[in-house]
Design a protein around this ligand. Structure first.
Ligand code: IPD
Ligand code: CA
Ligand code: CA
Length: 285
């Protein structure tokens, strides 16, 4: 936490003044850098853990028709959470593998410790760690790390998006016919059915459709201009929070609404902001 602007001589300050100055300190460049560095450090450490156990024997905690949960999902989240809370003990955590609420803070880390667990389990090197920080609900920092390709994406609200230190931008394609679109299908039968109908429709209209199994990397790829759009009708905040900020900072657009497939989840479209949005949305529930 950056040093707070509150000293003995300032004791006459009202609580509101104190809060305003504290917020300004936290928003200062060094404050934001501290958040960003913490997220990058935690993502890299978790990445090391995932690289170490990749392709090795893995303990499965839960196995479902279209999903797998590993002991390593939990270990990765514990590692990330411990690192972040060590530095920011009063911050809250919203993670796929568990949350730590704290009503007295405005800061919440949103963590997916392995996005693409099924890929990871089957030895497919396409998965990542996704870490975002929200302040009063607004995403202010986003980091996604693909440990197999050593690709690290980062963004701070109001600034540019980066991949391994290089500025990235969304694609310039104007037509759906030129576009590569990634469609996520999530996990349950209903989600898969919707995903399939979107995929089938876009397969005829876009240059190519893809389904690679990591929502966070889908958004990172949109931010990098590798994909032109990503659509999924049923995701959670931990799947997309960091990627949403990357796409925004890379000049793209997002359409996020409550999911009509599963209550409490989200429907998301992230795209270059140039291709007409209704071409990406019009036929789907
Ligand atoms: C899943 C992946 C997948 C997406 C699902 C997510 P997980 O996350 O991002 O691509 O289609 O909606 O739940 O379970 O691997 O963390
Ligand atoms: Ca996920
Ligand atoms: Ca996950």
């Amino acid at each position: 936490m950056p040093s707070v602007l509150y000293a003995r001589s300032d004791l006459h300050w009202t609580k509101r003044t104190y809060a305003r100055h504290r917020r300004r300190a936290e928003h200062s460049e060094s404050g934001m850098n501290q958040y960003l560095n913490a997220a990058v450090g935690a993502a890299r450490e978790a990445g090391e853990l995932l690289r170490k156990y990749f392709s090795g024997p893995l303990k499965v905690n839960v196995e479902e028709a279209h999903d797998i949960k590993l002991e390593l999902d939990v270990r990765s989240q514990e590692l990330i959470t411990n690192l972040l809370l060590k530095e920011f003990p009063d911050h809250a955590i919203l993670g796929e593998e568990g949350s730590e609420e704290n009503t007295s803070t405005e800061f919440e880390w949103v963590i997916d410790p392995i996005d693409g667990t099924v890929n990871y389990f089957y030895g497919i090197p396409h998965f990542c760690i996704s870490i975002a920080l929200r302040e009063r609900g607004e995403i202010i920092v986003g980091v996604i790390y693909d440990p197999m390709r050593d690709e690290l994406w980062s963004a701070v609200r109001g600034e540019k998006a980066y991949l391994n230190g290089r500025v990235i931008e969304v694609s310039k394609h104007t037509e759906l016919a030129q576009a590569v679109v990634s469609v996520g299908m999530s996990k349950t039968l209903d989600e898969v059915e919707i995903g399939l109908s979107i995929f089938k429709d876009l397969l005829h209209k876009a240059r190519k459709c893809r389904m690679m199994g990591s929502a966070a990397l889908d958004l990172a790829y949109v931010a990098t201009g590798r994909y032109d759009a990503y659509i999924e009708r049923s995701v959670n905040w931990w799947d997309i929070a960091a990627g949403v900020l990357l796409v925004e900072c890379a000049g793209g657009k997002l359409a996020i609404e409550p999911s009509k497939v599963i209550e409490g989840k989200l429907s998301v479209i992230g795209w270059n902001g140039i291709i007409a949005r209704d071409l990406l949305t019009k036929v789907y529930p």
